[in-house]
Ligand binder design. Structure first.
Ligand SMILES: [Zn+2]
Length: 446
């Protein structure tokens, strides 16, 4: 067919990029990165599953052929070789699962991303926790070949009356997706790399390029790239691509450009021409890190941190006690602990009446970081659920004597309740609750 031969020469433009991973790093990354000279891999230790967990996984909405699903399952399960964890794939109609995979395409533009670790459990059951854009798993080179040399794909294009004038790679990519080839040609290394990467996030791994000062980004070109292909603004690029992670997530292994968790980095994105390829296999560094987080030879990982969850929080009661001469505070909440014993501080801080400012104090006993506060320290037993000040039971009391408060001259204050976990190993307090403010309380003058 001479006409088509002539028109085929007009395949214009360039091959589209594969969508970048858009997993949101959330609170795992802090805005102020701390420099470290020590290399490391990155994982969010607060979000790792319990060692040995069987994680239930399903595909959503009846999407994806069995052969495609089989490949994805196989790649996801490749982590099991190195981690003491099981991805148990269950039927689509299973009502409650931990991980839910949505197989999307270029059309729905959901990209590739996953919830981090046990954050999967916070997602409602009707929503996915992990997106894979299967358009990026197609072997487009095979279809470019058919376009040039003939084959079922070219026949399909001719059948639907495709205009080959100014036909671009972008058009071809879209038509390949629309073709729905029953003998679809997959790019298995892209499928494996992406699936392993997203399931790495699902196990709590962060992006390897978050290594502080590991990459000398050419920020300007990076901003332009993400603005063009993702519609991301500068702040979002800063947060998801350029920010280094909190130093806390150091796990002792060295920075690994071969990590499956590393974005590809192009020379034009860096100031010194540094590049990282599209990694499509779990690296030796990845194997070491995941084995340290989920060890097969011990019950609890050395990298595990106590994980405490607080729910159903409110103020049971706040009383001014004129006999004891102080405030009695009875916060009400449920607390759940993981396999490690944890020490927590229940902290009640005074704030101004508008709740905007803590109140400085010189009192050394009734202070939290030099702000007027009272607190109780408590060791919590592993793997337990405890309710405090629920159902008429008073089992946690915070007392703040008036004489130990700053002189408030009869002003109204609010009480902000927080729970901090004492992470002794990593020498930090981790705040477990958001600010929770009481109604205003009047403090008598001295
Ligand atoms: Zn990612």
């Amino acid at each position: 067919n001479f006409v088509v031969q002539a028109q085929k020469k007009s395949l214009k433009g360039s091959m589209p990029f594969k969508a970048p991973c858009t997993t949101l790093m959330g609170s795992a990354l802090l805005p102020t990165a701390i420099d470290t000279t020590q290399g490391r891999n990155v994982a969010n230790n607060d979000l790792i599953w319990e060692n040995g967990d069987v994680i239930l996984v399903k595909f959503m909405d009846d999407v994806g052929s069995q052969s495609l699903r089989n490949m994805i399952m196989q790649y996801a399960k490749s982590w099991e070789q190195y981690a003491n964890i099981t991805f148990k794939f269950v039927p689509d109609n299973t009502p409650v699962t931990n991980i839910r995979i949505k197989l999307g395409s270029r059309d729905d533009n959901l990209g590739h991303n996953s919830q981090l670790g046990i954050a999967c459990n916070n997602v409602p059951q009707y929503l996915q926790t992990l997106n894979l854009d299967t358009s990026d798993f197609i072997d487009y080179k095979a279809y470019v070949e058919q376009f040039k040399k003939g084959g079922p794909f070219l026949e399909y294009l001719k059948r639907k009356g495709t205009n080959f004038n100014n036909y671009t790679y972008g058009d071809l990519y879209r038509d390949v997706v629309a073709f729905k080839d029953p003998n679809i040609k997959w790019n298995y290394s892209s499928m494996r790399g992406t699936t392993e990467h997203e399931f790495g996030h699902a196990l709590g791994l962060l992006h390897e390029q978050s290594y502080p000062n590991g990459i000398k980004w050419n920020k300007d070109t990076v901003y332009k790239y993400y603005a063009k292909y993702q519609g991301w603004n500068k702040a979002k690029v800063d947060f998801n691509v350029l920010e280094a992670s909190d130093i806390f997530y150091t796990n002792g292994t060295s920075y690994d450009p071969l990590s499956i968790m590393h974005y590809p980095v192009y020379a034009w994105q860096t100031l010194d021409g540094f590049t990282v390829g599209s990694n499509t296999e779990i690296s030796e560094g990845d194997k070491k890190l995941i084995a340290a987080l989920y060890p097969k030879d011990k019950k609890i990982s050395d990298l595990a941190v106590p994980k405490i969850q607080i729910t159903n929080i409110d103020y049971g009661e706040i009383k001014t006690d004129n006999v004891k001469k102080g405030l009695l505070i009875y916060p009400s909440f449920d607390i759940q602990t993981s396999a490690l014993l944890g020490t927590v501080y229940f902290v009640a801080r005074l704030t101004t009446e508008d709740g905007m400012y803590y109140i400085p104090t010189t009192n050394e006993n009734y202070s939290w970081n030099k702000m007027a506060a009272t607190y109780v320290k408590m060791r919590l037993m592993p793997s337990t659920n405890t309710s405090f000040n629920k159902n008429g039971k008073k089992n946690l009391e915070l007392f703040f004597p008036f004489k130990d408060m700053p002189d408030l001259k009869g002003q109204k204050v609010k009480i902000e309740f927080s729970v901090y976990q004492d992470d002794v190993v990593n020498n930090r307090y981790q705040k477990l609750t958001f600010n929770f403010l009481s109604s205003p309380v009047t403090v008598p003058g001295k």
